[in-house]
Design a protein around this ligand. Structure first.
Ligand code: FNR
Length: 188
């Protein structure tokens, strides 16, 4: 059976570099892995009152995560942190209390920015959150990509050879990490 990776892209922008990065990494993964892109743009702002009766879109998000074998977060940096829409989706999936949909799943975080720090600070914030949520988070290699002209070619592959090799190394390590940390199914 294929191993399903739930992919969170932290940008809603049509031409998002982070979405392009996710798609480029998808092409570097072996055939037994499939990427399930998780929609986050339709979710309501999290409200703790939901916990009494979770909205349908929020339950659907939780079930989609619970059905995945692993998690990949691909995030921009907004004002030295993660975008609010991504944090909102994470907060929704982490609740109601005692029903954290992420718990025990292997995961990794990567990102691309126009700035030279390559989402380093956003990812640092994100790691703090993801570790708290009991995700088995891969520590290395860190992937801080700065966008440059020609980084993505017309077919959506990585046009720069050094970056392509680096991302292939990330994909290979992530595959090994997921295989070494079989995720718990369901919630805990
Ligand atoms: C940014 N950007 C940005 N870049 C960065 O390196 N550090 C930062 O703190 C910020 N802050 C920030 C705030 C807001 C509100 C916006 C809209 C943008 C620039 C950001 O890297 C750039 O817009 C990327 O293109 C966003 O990623 P996507 O949408 O291309 O995936």
């Amino acid at each position: 059976a294929k191993l399903k990776i739930a992919v969170f892209v932290g940008s809603l922008r049509r031409e998002s570099f982070n979405r392009k990065l996710a798609r480029a990494v998808e092409k570097l993964m072996p055939a037994e892995f499939s990427f399930d892109y998780i929609r986050i743009d339709h979710l309501p702002p999290y409200n703790q009152d939901f916990d009494e009766n979770y909205p349908a879109e929020c339950m659907q998000l939780k079930r989609q995560i619970e059905a995945a074998d692993a998690l990949l977060f691909v995030t921009p940096e907004y004002n030295r942190s993660i975008p609010g829409v991504l944090k909102n989706a994470v907060d929704i999936a982490s609740r109601p209390w005692g029903a954290n949909s992420f718990a025990g799943k292997p995961g990794a975080a990567i990102g691309i920015s126009v700035g030279a720090t390559g989402t380093g600070m956003a990812q640092q914030h994100l790691r703090n959150v993801l570790l708290y949520l009991d995700i088995a988070l891969m520590g290395q290699p860190e992937v801080y990509v700065q966008n440059k002209d020609g980084l993505f070619d017309d077919d959506g592959n990585i046009g720069n050879e050094g970056t392509r090799k680096f991302l292939q190394g990330f994909a290979d390590r992530f595959v090994a990490w997921v295989n070494a940390h079989p995720g718990r199914q369901g919630v805990s």
